[in-house]
Design a protein around this ligand. Structure first.
Ligand code: NDP
Ligand code: OXD
Length: 317
């Protein structure tokens, strides 16, 4: 009998213990005999690791890892981790149930913005049966990043009849979504966007992308919804453009520093809605299933780079 594959689980705030049972079950269903251990700093000779912001020493202590699974979509903090072996393949989650929740979050805020729904709640709720209803042409939604998540956001906004455009590195074909690709077309993309949704990964190329110059290319009165990463946006430039009236509002789920410090201006700005990085929580069962199926394929000899979710370190996502 072959001995079970040892898998270290180090999920920090996602609570490793709550993942062990779904991972074990998913591996059993995928036909992999696996032994999962919550990683506590002692070497367990793991062949794989399932991690979210793990202690960096995991990579120097567990020297026999064949691949590491990131229990989320964004890998920028993992890639910056000291001690991460250069050749260790990294696999990230692809959608795994996060994308529909993020599309729901984005469409919820789009509806609040375009229909003025905030008028009707809270202590100063408008009690006017004849309140204004939007009847004009709906604003154009522009999605930055048309990957596993951005594409579903774009499709969801299309479903509600918004004109939708998307920006990515390479051109895309998504029904009803106008595709803009590459830095050379970003200005044109922004100029025609009234509600900008940021669903980009954080890389050397996207860091500080939305600065004063880029945000000023949006038409006056535009809104921003950021579900990608905080450091793709220059906060001070956003605040200056909100104060100047060029931008009408921002909904921010992700921040340069998380948790967002209590004294940060973003918490208190009247035109900013802050949510605590909750638009796309990783659902355990679908994520465990995706990881287990990948492990099964690796155990059958597949090359990590052939699997969906393989992180291209040169691109940074
Ligand atoms: P993908 O890798 O599937 O998609 C990334 C998209 O961004 C691709 O369309 C890619 O273009 C595009 N892109 C990357 N770099 C550039 C660039 N320099 N110029 C133009 N386009 C670029 O990632 P996901 O959709 O799975 O996830 C996106 C991000 O969402 C994650 O990295 C993470 O930061 C964030 N996230 C946030 C969550 C939350 O709760 N707020 C939850 C989950 C994820 P191309 O297709 O041409 O390669
Ligand atoms: C992710 C996230 O990247 O939750 O998965 O932000």
């Amino acid at each position: 009998m072959t001995s079970p594959v040892r898998i270290a689980v180090a999920l920090s705030s996602m609570k490793s213990d709550e993942w062990v049972a779904p991972l074990r079950e998913a591996c059993a269903q995928a036909g992999v005999a696996a032994q999962f251990e919550t990683w506590g700093g002692q070497r367990i000779d793991a062949r794989y690791a399932v991690v979210w912001l793990p202690p960096p020493e995991l990579f120097t202590i567990e020297t026999r890892l064949r691949a590491v699974f990131n229990a989320g979509a964004g890998v920028e903090r993992m890639l910056a981790m000291p001690g991460l072996p250069r050749e260790l393949p990294i696999l990230r989650l692809v959608d795994a149930g996060m994308a529909p929740k993020m599309a729901e979050y984005v469409c919820f805020y789009i509806a609040r913005i375009t229909r003025g729904l905030d008028r009707f709640g809270g202590p100063n709720a408008l009690r006017d049966w004849h309140a204004d209803r939007p009847r004009g042409r709906p604003p154009t939604v522009g999605v930055l990043g048309l990957g596993a998540i951005g594409a579903q956001i774009a499709q969801a906004a299309r479903l509600f009849d918004y004109p939708v455009r998307g920006w990515s590195r390479t051109p895309k074909r998504i029904d009803g979504v106008e595709s803009f690709a590459g830095a050379a077309r970003l200005g044109e993309f922004l100029a025609g966007t009234q509600i900008l949704v940021d669903a980009l990964p954080l890389t050397d190329e996207t860091r500080d992308l939305l600065d004063r110059t880029r945000l000023s290319q949006l038409p006056r009165g535009a809104h921003l919804i950021n579900v990608g990463r905080g450091a793709t946006l220059v906060d001070d430039d956003l605040l200056a453009l909100l104060d100047a009236g060029h931008l009408a509002g921002a909904v921010l789920d992700v921040f340069r520093v998380e948790p967002l410090p209590a004294e940060h201006r973003l918490w208190h700005h009247p035109k900013v809605t802050v949510t605590p990085h909750l638009s796309g929580p990783t659902p355990r069962e679908p994520a465990a299933q995706q990881i287990a199926e990948a492990i099964a394929r690796l155990e059958r000899g597949a090359a990590p780079s052939s699997l969906s979710g393989y992180v291209d370190r040169a691109r940074g996502y």
